[in-house]
Design a protein around this ligand. Structure first.
Ligand SMILES: [Zn+2]
Length: 445
């Protein structure tokens, strides 16, 4: 019998507390994690005494929590260039009166590339290793994500009117097909997908056609849904039903559809959602900022609906820090229900990791620290005044930590942040580029 070939270790994380977020929920003190060829080769307690080849890079994990990288299931990365633009307006007025006109005037490939670069810098510095992004000119966003070594689901965005990169919406279907053909299978890190903006900006024909392309090409289909009371009234006025029932009639709801927000759903709609096996991206900070409402998360969870967390774009959040999003999610649902038991710290951490990965169909690859998974790993510094007491790691990470405590980040076994320093992005340049764009918008708007 042949012996299996020993896999080569490239990186060894030594020491620290591994919060694996696996099904068994094990927490490993004094952990040792071996990484080779971008994969987690082993994770165990205590260090082995075997000598290591000199080529192995050792990361000191002592004084750190070690977690799977966070998964942001909904973002519009280039919108960092619009951060702070027309804040504090109702969603319909903010979108139609400010964001859509600004997008028509300013968004081009350079805008998308600069915005994506800065957003990825912010995301990985705060512990996010996978992002699902929905915007226009997605090829520019995808190229930047690949250069930065970010794991990403990049969605091409569609509406009934002309949008940046698609002057003629009659070409939506062709553009969707070409985008998938260009990027599908191009990299281990990148997954293309398709995004219809919302049922009030996409006609039944647009929704059905784009979902059909997604189905034919075997990719995910996403849309904002039932975000505000205004949307519910508008869809009822146009189609005589609610947004979710409208999409159900169109036949676009299935296990490869992700619905973003789902703030306004009744019990029967939640049953439909569960039956069709759609996944949900929950974005509580954006919902709170826009006063959209509180999504019925406990009722979704009790039906077994798969739910991940998203930040939404930086124009409606305004940061991309999933630690903040986790804390807000638990806080808002405990507050709204006056029930402490609706969600605990571990469930919130799982929603930001393995459940987010499940939303994106990546749960076999990422989302927990387990042998055989890709090495998307973050180290969170415990040597901070507010983290100094040893308590339950999940509770401390939820209620006391922030993205600013993330010290080191690996994506696919590559170190992209080392002791708070980005290794694949020039942060100064990224900030400068977006500042210049934002100034131009300010001057010409
Ligand atoms: Zn959004």
């Amino acid at each position: 019998m042949r012996c299996p070939v020993e896999k080569r270790i490239d990186i060894l994380i030594r020491g620290g507390t591994a919060v694996t977020l696996s099904e068994r929920g094990n927490i490993i003190e004094d952990a040792e994690i071996g990484i080779g060829n971008g994969e987690i080769l082993f994770i165990r307690r205590g260090s082995s005494k075997d000598p290591l080849p000199e080529s192995v890079e050792i990361i000191d994990g002592s004084g750190r929590y070690i977690l799977p990288g966070l998964v942001n299931t909904h973002c519009h990365m280039p919108m960092v260039c619009f951060r702070g633009l027309a804040d504090d307006l109702p969603l319909d007025e903010w979108l139609s009166g400010h964001i859509f006109p600004a997008e028509a005037r300013f968004v081009d490939p350079a805008f998308c590339a600069a915005g994506a670069r800065l957003a990825i810098a912010e995301l990985i510095l705060s512990g996010t290793t996978t992002v699902c992004d929905s915007y226009f000119i997605p090829g520019a966003v995808a190229s930047v994500a690949l250069d930065a070594g970010m794991r990403a689901v990049i969605c091409a965005g569609f509406a009934d009117f002309s949008v940046p990169g698609i002057p003629d919406p009659a070409k939506n279907e062709n553009i969707a097909e070409n985008f998938i053909d260009r990027w599908k299978g191009s990299s281990q890190l990148l997954t293309p997908a398709l995004f219809c903006h919302a049922p009030y900006t996409c006609s039944p024909k647009t929704m059905s056609k784009i979902k059909a392309v997604a189905g034919r090409r075997g990719v995910l289909f996403l849309t904002h849904l039932a975000e505000t009371r205004w949307e519910v009234d508008e869809i009822n006025r146009r189609y005589g039903t609610t947004p979710l029932r409208h999409l159900d009639r169109l036949g676009v709801l299935d296990g490869a559809t992700i619905l973003v927000h789902c703030t306004w759903l009744d019990d029967k709609e939640l049953d439909i959602l569960a039956e069709r096996r759609c996944a949900v991206s929950h974005n509580p900070e954006s919902n709170m900022k826009l006063a959209a409402g509180v999504a019925p998360l406990p009722a979704m969870r009790s039906r077994g609906i798969v739910i991940g967390l998203g930040t939404d774009g930086a124009a409606s959040n305004n940061d991309l820090d999933l630690f903040c999003e986790m804390r807000t999610a638990v806080g808002i649902h405990r507050h709204a229900s006056r029930n402490r038991d609706v969600m605990d710290a571990r469930s919130a951490l799982r929603m930001a990791t393995i459940e987010g990965a499940r939303v994106l169909g990546l749960e076999d690859k990422i989302g927990s620290l387990e042998e055989g998974k890709r090495a998307d790993i973050i180290l969170v510094d415990r040597e901070k005044p507010r983290m100094a007491i040893a308590g339950d790691p999940c509770e401390l990470l939820l209620w006391s930590a922030s993205g600013a405590d993330v010290s080191t980040v690996l994506i696919d076994g590559k170190i992209v942040v080392r002791e708070r320093k980005l290794t694949t992005i020039d942060a100064q340049r990224a900030m400068e580029e977006v500042r210049n764009i934002a100034e131009a918008i300010g001057e010409r708007n």
